[in-house]
Design a protein around this ligand. Structure first.
Ligand code: TYM
Length: 331
């Protein structure tokens, strides 16, 4: 039987947080044996907000090393840089012609980012979800493992695929989001109403994958909790619930198990335990990432190999799209 196809990506913008790790990358590892996987470094998406060129270059390679350090096997998956496969930009252009300005301008993330980067509300920012649709549809993807914040974008991808198929005939597979419960929406440590984000202005709000042990412990020590003193997951305890969720994601246990373990523990010791668990889990990943970064030519070679695999699959879909739309391809 044909194996199902998985696609996902992370932007090399800002420092990655533990939310990107448990909400996305780490979940990919378990999927790579049973699916054909494409995992990209979304540099074309990253430039929709201004990037320092040298930093973008450095972060792209760091992210490649991180994927591998987290357990992504570049022999099993196509691990590549989005801009190395020009079919992404080409299909994005085509899909633009099927996307209504109204639907693009209604995307929650576009509205949020427009407020945040009011001085730079560029066309790319609005086009971000269309490029994401192009990413996913190029590979005839079945499943897209992401955090909950990307659900709306994937609904647009599904709509665009259906629209194209209706207009030009069966071309794209309709992708499904794959959103894990629990880790899908890790909140800020300073304001549990907000999602944890790479670009939060408050440095204590997010734990970065590059943070050292002391920094991690300090950030968890300062994390906001709630009134009361019991460690339970409840709607009126968003701060403690978020910390429990982080703990469970890193410890690999269930919420009831964690609640039982902390039954007689105060908030201070609980936060210390969460910090230690996160720091212990990240230490080997950080060490492996540094080891990989010492051999940049090896990483570049892996990325080239990934791009070659992606190119082949993407071209197949793109040729079909051009043909169906009536683009002249020669006699
Ligand atoms: P990015 O880099 O913003 O986020 C990368 C992944 O991390 C997840 N994530 C979270 N998960 C749980 N809690 C959070 N607080 C949290 N914040 C972020 C995101 O849902 C995402 O899975 N646009 C995508 C990148 C992309 C993509 C694609 C994804 C480009 N093309 C095609 C899937 C398919 C993004 O959000 O990147």
């Amino acid at each position: 039987m044909e194996r199902k196809i998985i696609y996902s990506a992370v932007q090399p913008s800002g420092n990655l947080t533990i939310a990107n790790y448990v909400g996305a990358i780490r979940n990919w590892v378990a999927l790579q044996s049973d699916y054909d996987c494409f995992f990209a470094i979304a540099d074309l998406h990253a430039v929709t907000v201004r990037q320092e060129p040298a930093e973008l270059r450095r972060r792209t390679l760091e992210l490649a090393a991180l994927y591998i350090a987290c357990g992504i096997d570049p022999e099993k998956c196509a691990l590549y840089v989005q801009s190395h496969v020009s079919a992404h930009a080409e299909l994005c252009w085509i899909l633009n012609t099927l996307t209504y300005v109204g639907e693009a301008s209604r995307m929650t993330q576009f509205k949020d980012k427009s407020l945040k980067h009011a001085e730079n509300v560029n066309m790319g920012l609005m086009d971000y979800p269309v490029l994401m649709a192009a990413d996913v549809l190029l590979y005839q993807t079945d499943l897209v493992p992401v955090g909950a914040d990307q659900k709306q974008h994937l609904e647009l991808a599904r709509d665009l695929a259906l629209r194209f198929n209706n207009r030009y005939g069966e071309t794209f597979r309709i992708p499904e989001p794959y959103i894990l419960k629990g880790s899908a929406r890790i909140a800020s440590l300073q304001d549990p109403a907000k999602k944890m984000s790479k670009s939060d202005e408050n440095p204590n709000a997010s734990v970065f994958l590059s943070d050292d042990r002391d920094t991690i412990l300090r950030k968890f020590k300062r994390a906001v909790t709630d009134s009361g003193n019991t460690v339970v997951c409840a709607e009126d305890k968003p701060g403690v619930s978020n910390l429990l969720q982080i703990y469970c994601s890193f410890k690999g246990c269930t919420v009831p198990e964690a609640e039982r373990a902390f039954e007689h523990t105060g908030y201070g010791d609980f936060k210390l335990a969460v910090g230690e668990t996160v720091a212990d889990a990240l230490a080997p990943v950080q060490a492996e990432q540094q080891r990989l970064l010492a051999d940049k030519s090896y990483l570049s070679q892996l990325l080239k190999q990934g791009a070659d695999r992606a190119f082949y699959a993407a071209r197949k879909t793109l040729s079909k799209v051009y043909r169906k739309m009536g683009f002249y391809r020669g006699e």
